[in-house]
Design a protein around this ligand. Structure first.
Ligand code: AHR
Length: 659
């Protein structure tokens, strides 16, 4: 384990003025005291870090899924219900009407063919033909989630349900445009809806739109120039180039995949619970044919989701990422303080058991067969469930879930929501969940040792949400990320007990009405970038399954923390030693790294150093400067078993030494 010895010398007396390394950089000083990191690299020292160490947490927050990773382009594709659940007035928002009141009247009614989603959009077209209708027709248009990203040469699959009442043939055109009235039209398909064919009943219309131009702020328009009454429902437009055709937006999928997450926690967070229980995530409403899903209003983060990105898709996402799914289920408690009493708990327990069967049951089981019907007959590699989110349950209720799950699935590992970091839990669990959101970076930096004294006899630790928020975190500053890096080094050091860790939240759609900053990945309709916190996670992506090496840091500085691991690189399959050092102070730190016990020497060739820093500790990334704070890799000229390195102020550095 790392241990510390602090010299008693006066820190200030040992500083000398140094050259400014980066243009407009900090006024930097170098401490002439050299710290030493002694790493024991002997073959039998160290211990394995769990394979599951670093993962990702997907929550439907900030339009992470709806209007984000889930590539569906149409917003409010068929609920037309104002986004507040049944009983509230219907609304076609964000659909807009094309044509004034003398030409078209748009409303909603309850005539849809979808039983769990009865509201349809009704357009009564009052004009008829080129003389009274505008040349481009009248109808409705959908802007997607703050603009659809339509790219030249790409194909988009349209599906919609239409019913028509008219006295003759009705033309129907579907187009992608730069703005209303087909200005900057990028694609169009036409249908002829005849009243004497089956358009007089609900008809599924499908087509492929191929884009002739790029427009990141496009609209989908459905128009006609014929007098008729038309009903629309479940209108979907999906890009064909999603990851493996599974519906995940490519750039966002890749950013998550680059973190090499070994698990995926989902779907929340508070999203699971709902402010009111009725608005929590009810997985059974999110599976099966997308058209049949009722969707729901997530009343904690306050937006509607059509649940196209449902339970199945999240399991699929985990599989595609090569990550183990961790399902957080609703345990009968809500954010708003509802808690079902003992007699009403059974449906929640049954729901959890059914969900597990859906994920891992045989294709002949009741719920496994539903999964199989969604073209996934093989069970998912499903091993973990969490009993609720952020609600340390009265134990007699927790036991009900625990017993029922362990009885049916003894191999499933159960995560409790009670904090066992200071005092042991008084109930059985395989892991306990731990969330930490300090309000400033120094506070997070000091949490480096938070699990040093945690009992080694109880359940393992799952740090399923961590991040600096508020004061100096803003939209995601370098300083906050450095504090998180120090915290992660502390977790690595305690990885005999800390088995899993993931940052929160993962995503933010910057165009949307979002509720939580900072986040790991920011995006709009067509661009994305990582915050410094995202890049810190990448520096830890080799830690899962690596060997944690014993090391000792001798320093008079209270600004640096360090750790060392041995790992096999996924890029060249060679063995490397990675030393990570966080400098949380404003001076350059000199560090001697001494590696003992290696059977071969550190090789200079291919040894590198990767530094995450910037000219100002409050720097952030943005769409205009997405690479302002990103790791920079360079050759490590003086790589050896005994070397002195300079650690930049406000930085995290990863030394990767080929051995
Ligand atoms: O990560 C955002 C929220 O923070 C989560 O939904 C909740 O679990 C926590 O309070």
């Amino acid at each position: 384990m790392v241990s510390y010895s602090y010299s008693s010398s006066n820190l200030l007396s040992s500083f000398v003025l140094c050259v400014v390394l980066v243009a407009n950089a900090f006024q930097c000083f170098t401490s002439d005291a050299t710290s030493t990191l002694m790493v024991d690299g002997s073959p039998n020292s160290g211990r394995p870090i769990p394979n599951t160490f670093l993962g990702a947490f997907f929550e439907e927050i900030n339009h992470a899924g709806a209007g984000g990773l889930w590539a569906e382009l149409v917003s409010n594709r068929g609920r037309f219900e104002g986004g507040r659940g049944s009983g509230s007035p219907s609304s076609i928002y964000p659909w807009r009407v094309i044509g004034n009141e003398s030409l078209i009247s748009v409303s909603t009614d309850q005539t849809s063919c979808f039983e769990r989603n009865k509201i349809a959009l009704r357009m009564e077209v009052l004009c008829n033909g080129p003389k009274s209708c505008p040349p481009a027709g009248v109808g409705v248009s959908n802007p997607g989630y703050w603009g659809m990203n339509i790219e030249k040469g790409k194909k988009y699959k349209l599906v919609m349900y239409v019913k028509v009442k008219a006295s003759g043939p009705v033309d129907l055109q579907v187009s992608l445009t730069g703005s209303v009235h087909r200005v900057n039209m990028v694609s169009i398909i036409s249908f002829s809806a005849m009243t004497d064919n089956n358009f007089s009943k609900w008809t599924k219309v499908e087509g492929i739109l191929e884009s002739k131009a790029t427009n990141h702020n496009s609209n989908l328009q459905i128009t006609t120039t014929t007098r008729a009454i038309l009903w629309l429902d479940q209108v979907s437009l999906m890009p064909l180039d999603t990851y493996k055709g599974h519906g995940f937006r490519m750039d966002l999928f890749k950013m998550v995949a680059d973190l090499k997450p070994k698990f995926l926690r989902f779907p929340g967070g508070c999203f699971v619970e709902g402010y009111y229980l009725k608005n929590g995530f009810q997985w059974k409403n999110t599976i099966g044919a997308w058209e049949q899903r009722p969707g729901h209003y997530g009343d904690v983060w306050k937006y509607w989701t059509d649940d196209g990105f449902g339970f199945f898709e999240m399991l699929q996402l985990a599989e595609d990422l090569g990550a183990l799914p961790i399902w957080v289920f609703n345990n009968g408690m809500s954010v708003g303080g509802e808690e079902v009493n003992m007699s009403a708990l059974s449906p929640f327990i049954q729901d959890a058991l059914d969900g597990i069967e859906f994920a891992k049951g045989s294709p002949s089981s009741k719920w496994g067969s539903v999964r199989a019907s969604m073209r996934h007959p093989e069970p998912f590699d499903f091993r973990f469930v969490a009993v609720g989110n952020e609600n340390c349950f009265p134990h007699h209720k927790y036991f009900k879930f625990y017993d029922a799950i362990k009885r049916a699935y003894p191999e499933i590992r159960i995560i409790s929501n009670c904090d066992g970091s200071k005092t042991p839990l008084n109930h059985p669990a395989d892991l306990f969940d731990f969330h930490i959101y300090p309000n400033n970076s120094m506070d997070m930096f000091s949490k480096y040792s938070v699990f040093d004294k945690t009992s080694r006899l109880g359940p393992k630790v799952f740090v399923s949400e961590y991040a600096v928020v508020k004061d100096d975190a803003r939209n995601g500053t370098l300083l906050a990320a450095l504090a998180e890096a120090a915290f992660l080094i502390g977790l690595e050091r305690n990885s005999d007990i800390v088995h899993m860790v993931c940052y929160a939240p993962l995503f933010i759609n910057k165009n949307g009405r979002y509720s939580w900053i900072p986040d790991a990945i920011a995006f709009n309709s067509h661009e994305s970038y990582g915050t410094p916190s995202y890049w810190v996670q990448q520096l830890f992506s080799e830690s899962s399954g690596a060997i944690y090496l014993n090391s000792t840091l001798q320093t008079s500085s209270n600004s640096i923390v360090a750790s060392a691991i041995g790992y096999r690189s996924s890029q060249d399959s060679k063995i490397y030693l990675r030393v990570k050092v966080v400098n949380f102070g404003s001076e350059i730190e000199k560090l001697r790294i001494t590696i003992n016990g290696l059977s071969s020497n550190v090789q200079q060739s291919r040894s590198t150093k990767t530094v995450l820093t910037s000219s100002n500790k409050m720097d952030e990334n943005s769409f205009s400067q997405p690479n302002k704070v990103v790791p920079r890799k360079s050759a490590l000229e003086n790589a050896s078993n005994n070397m002195v390195v300079s650690i930049s102020p406000y930085s995290v550095t990863s030394f990767d030494l080929l051995v």
